[in-house]
Every structure is written in structure tokens, then in C-alpha cells.
Design a protein around this ligand. Structure first.
Ligand code: PMP
Length: 304
């Protein structure tokens, strides 16, 4: 669970979070056209840093372009907005949520009024991260939309409805989360995370094109390559996933969650050695302890 910090950045100013509201008849709630992205900030030696903020903002701008939302702010301004809300929340760990949505109160299918609001909020984590391995369910009829129906690159509210229903179904069936198939029946991703499997020492993940280009996914691949691991981005069948030696989810809010069970079958180890090693490397990178990727951090505060 995460709560929004008291101040958020709205169209260039820090305002009280409760004053950032959306009209009930607006396109965002009525059609789900709000575009968003979620990044994170972490304690680093002598201060706080955003993790891969430029990549999150670049993806946010790509999502907005796909949905046809025009922003009055460029990448540098949106990273700076995240720095401001992180400083204002006076915490050293949490999430940053960038949102853009149509301003007008018009629920028509295609909005006539093009103006948008942009909000950037810090979300503070209340619960400790989950440490128990996940029980995952898959269903042949719980699938992502085909890329021709909705680009998997668009982080838009409407894209989360099907995955929400699928997760609810998985939870009702006694699992913790669902892994959705793509429209061709291969393993795709979870509602808010990417999927990895380890098979015979090779780290496998579904290729881009049918999944969100996760920034944690990219970081995991980069860290695995830096460790000299064999890595494969290619279509993953459900059978190969279920019989993996190790498996995990990756996503900003996790950032790596070991999978213990898939469709009732227990995996050999959870977290397995590869999962544990990559988790340690990723947490170190987020805290500026891995010298290999200093460009991933945007420092927001320095002590003293
Ligand atoms: N897939 C989907 C559909 C998501 O919503 C997310 C969360 N943004 C991810 C994967 C993981 O992406 P990231 O590592 O950038 O958080």
C-alpha cells in the first residue's frame, strides 16, 4: 500500500494533494485515458536519488504520444518535478507517479478539447516489501490485448482493466498474482510487472513488442549481462515457464519478487541463486553501490 504525500506538483507548482481533482465527467475516469508512469527513489550515500527517472519520463512521454495527450513539459522539466516532490516529501524511499490527463469535463469518445493537466506525486510505502515467494496462476483465457488492439507500450489506465480482472480471478483461485498470456498464447507479463524464468542457467524473458518495456526488466538484463550470465529475450511457452528452475517478477514497486509456485507446481528453489544474486545487484544499483551504472541515478538531496 502506498499513500500520496501531502504536496504534489501540478502544472508547474507544488500544491496540496487534495486540490488535484478530476471532474467526474472527464475523459480520464469515463474512458480510462489517463496516462501515467511510476518510478522510485531510494537512500544513497549522503542523500536520496531517483532511480532511472529519465527512462521513466521518456516512457511516460511515449505513452502520452500513443494516446494523443499533448504535454506542455519536456523530459528535463518532468525529471525536475520529480526531484521537487521527492524533496518536499522529506522521506528517503518511495515511488514517484507522473500522470497526464485531459482537462475538460467531456466524456465523448474522442475529446474535442486538447488541453491537459500534468501531475507528479510522491507515493510513500506503508507496508514492508513482501518476502514470501509468490504463488502465480495462469489461465488460457487471461490474455493481454493484441498489440494491434492497444500498444503494450502505452501505460494508460484503460489498459489495466483486463489485468485487474485477471488478478482478481487468480486471487479467488488461491494465488497471489496472475501471469497473463499474450494474444498468441505465449507468456507475456503480470498486471504490473515483467516476467523472468531461469532454465538450465539461462535467464529468459519474453521479448519486447507484446509486453511493457519495463525499466526494471531492462536493469535486470543489464545487471545479468554485467555478471556474465547467459540471457535470452524470446517467446516463452507456458510449459517452459511452469517447468522453470527459478522464476521472478520485476517491476518498480517490487523490484524483484521470487515466484515459488506456478499453477500449483512448486519451483525447485525460491528465491533461487540467480534470483537472489540479481536482487542483491539491483538493490545495490538503486542505492548507488554498484559502480557500473552511475547514470541510473538522479541525486535529489545531499546531507549537510
Ligand atoms: N508491465 C506492466 C504492464 C506494468 O504496468 C509495469 C509497471 N510499470 C511493468 C511491466 C514493470 O515496469 P517497470 O519495471 O518499469 O516498473
Amino acid at each position: 500500500m502506498a499513500i500520496t504525500a501531502p504536496l504534489l506538483w501540478l502544472d508547474g507548482r507544488l500544491v496540496d494533494s487534495s486540490s488535484a481533482t478530476i471532474p467526474m465527467m472527464a475523459h480520464a475516469p469515463q474512458r480510462g485515458s489517463l496516462v501515467f508512469d511510476v518510478g522510485s527513489f531510494h537512500p544513497v550515500k549522503g542523500g536520496v536519488a531517483l532511480f532511472r527517472a529519465r527512462e521513466h519520463v521518456a516512457r511516460f512521454l511515449r505513452s502520452a504520444k500513443i494516446v494523443g495527450l499533448a504535454l506542455a513539459y519536456d523530459e528535463a522539466a518532468l525529471v525536475q518535478a520529480a526531484v521537487e516532490v521527492t524533496l518536499a516529501c522529506e522521506r528517503d524511499e518511495g515511488l514517484i507517479r507522473w500522470s497526464v490527463y485531459f482537462t475538460a469535463s467531456e466524456p465523448d469518445l474522442v475529446p474535442r478539447e486538447a488541453s491537459t493537466h500534468v501531475a507528479v506525486a510522491a507515493q510513500l510505502l506503508q507496508d514492508p516489501p513482501r518476502t514470501k515467494p509468490l504463488r502465480i496462476a495462469t489461465f488460457d483465457d487471461a490474455r493481454k490485448a493484441a498489440p494491434e488492439a492497444l500498444s503494450p507500450e502505452a501505460k494508460v489506465a484503460a489498459a489495466y482493466l483486463g489485468p485487474m480482472l485477471a488478478r482478481r480471478r487468480a486471487v479467488a483461485a488461491g494465488a497471489d498474482d496472475v501471469v497473463l498470456l499474450d494474444d498468441q498464447g505465449f507468456i507475456a507479463e503480470s498486471p504490473i510487472s515483467n516476467v523472468f524464468a531461469v532454465k538450465e542457467g539461462v535467464l529468459c524473458t519474453p521479448p519486447l513488442g507484446r509486453v511493457l518495456p519495463g525499466i526494471t526488466r531492462d536493469a535486470v538484463l543489464a545487471l545479468a549481462l554485467a555478471e556474465g550470465m547467459a540471457v535470452r529475450e524470446s517467446a516463452l511457452t507456458r510449459e517452459a515457464f511452469v517447468s522453470a528452475d527459478e522464476a521472478f517478477l520485476s517491476g518498480t514497486s517490487l523490484p524483484i519478487a521470487a515466484i515459488g509456485t506456478i499453477d500449483g507446481r512448486d519451483l525447485a528453489s525460491a528465491p533461487g541463486p540467480v534470483t537472489a544474486r540479481l536482487t542483491a545487484r539491483l538493490l545495490a544499483a538503486q542505492r548507488g553501490e554498484a559502480p557500473a551504472f552511475p547514470e541510473w541515478l538522479t541525486r535529489v538531496a545531499t546531507e549537510g
